[in-house]
Design a protein around this ligand. Structure first.
Ligand SMILES: [Zn+2]
Length: 367
């Protein structure tokens, strides 16, 4: 029960001690019986409540009526009592759930836990990142673009004019119902990541140094080394005074970074509409070191990527939006490689289809 706070008649030390000891005893007795949140809250209101709490009453009745010389002694005892009550409340609040509740929630820490599967990079992602990081270290940034492209970006601005036979080398998957659009606006699945070369040049004047990783699509029959969907990394470097020897040096460095410093490179003439001159780059066979084996068809060399100096016709398209692409003032090179082909060589994969089948038994080997 909430006993009323009596009025104090004497304010000497002994009387104060007695009065506060009595209150403390009452608080301790009440706190000892507390059980449950509601009881604890009632205790808090009874003692610490702002309006009718007992401590409030003590300060109202005793402190205010005390003679001046007793105020200090009274105040000290009041603060001590308040600390005791707050401590009792803390203890009651912190006593936590009952043993029964704890038992219900108990877990057996000797049982095996729930294991979360840790993700890992797919071999295509890992190889893409390896290639990109080689060029990133040379100051290249990464460019990306849409997989559904217009005829203009995929072909025309890359110097494949409409009707030109070079288009036949990239059997193209086109989006349906585009016939009413002008040819350059018709949509298709990009056959190479080269459109991003133009998209990048349109957005920024030279110098440009980018690598362009991404998925591309061609209407090809799937076999051990071909897939209608595959990944490329292209590169483009445009600046003043870029020469063919820059191309050679850059790609030789990149191949050594990817396949080991013992790898040699050589170039053969080739043709791509958007580069002139164009070349195929071969590396010395990483399986036999160049002696000749089945993998390199006894030649000691493996063809790996296409490259060349950017054709002035491509700059002419870029100059429509960025006049600084003036073939008389700037030059540059481009290259492109298949990610799967490099991943197959580096990780000894014999069928390209394994990359896409989603077979965990295959994929887990490379985690
Ligand atoms: Zn070989």
């Amino acid at each position: 029960m909430n006993e009323e706070i009596p009025n104090l008649t004497a304010f000497d030390e002994a009387a104060l001690d007695q009065a506060f000891a009595r209150l403390e005893r009452q608080a301790r007795e009440a706190a000892a019986l507390l059980s449950g949140e509601q009881a604890v809250e009632a205790f808090r209101l009874q003692w610490l409540g702002r309006k009718q709490g007992r401590l409030n009453e003590v300060s109202g009745r005793w402190l205010k009526t005390a003679p001046a010389e007793a105020r200090r002694a009274l105040g000290l005892r009041f603060n001590a009592l308040k600390a005791v009550v707050e401590g009792l409340l803390d203890a009651a609040l912190g006593s936590g759930p009952t043993d029964a509740a704890l038992a219900r929630e108990a877990i057996d820490i000797t049982l095996p836990g729930t294991r979360r599967l840790t993700g890992a990079e797919h071999l295509i992602t890992r190889t893409t990142n390896e290639i990109v990081s080689v060029f990133a270290a040379l100051g290249y940034s990464v460019g990306v673009g849409p997989e559904v492209e217009t005829d203009y970006y995929n072909f025309e601005c890359m110097n494949f004019p409409p009707g030109h036979p070079a288009r036949d080398t990239q059997d193209t998957l086109v989006i349906a119902n585009q016939e009413r659009r002008p040819q350059r606006d018709r949509l298709l699945l990009r056959t190479h990541t080269s459109p991003v070369q133009m998209r990048t040049m349109e957005m920024q004047p030279p110098p440009v140094r980018i690598v362009i990783p991404g998925r591309v699509h061609r209407n090809e029959a799937d076999d051990a080394t071909h897939s209608s969907t595959f990944y490329q990394v292209e590169g483009l470097c445009v600046d003043a005074n870029i020469t063919f020897s820059d191309l050679k040096g850059t790609l030789d460095h990149a191949m050594k970074a990817l396949f080991g410093s013992a790898v040699k490179t050589r170039l053969f003439p080739s043709f791509f509409p958007f580069t002139e001159p164009s070349a195929d780059l071969q590396i010395s066979c990483i399986f036999c070191g160049g002696k000749g084996c089945r993998k390199c068809k006894e030649s000691g060399w493996i063809e790996l990527l296409g490259c060349g100096m950017v054709d002035p016709a491509v700059y002419a398209f870029a100059a429509e939006k960025q006049p600084a692409y003036d073939a008389r003032k700037i030059s540059g090179f481009a290259f492109g490689m298949g990610v799967e082909r490099i991943a197959m060589m580096k990780y000894g994969v014999s069928e390209i289809g394994k990359f896409y089948a989603g077979d965990m038994r295959f994929l887990e080997q490379f985690v």
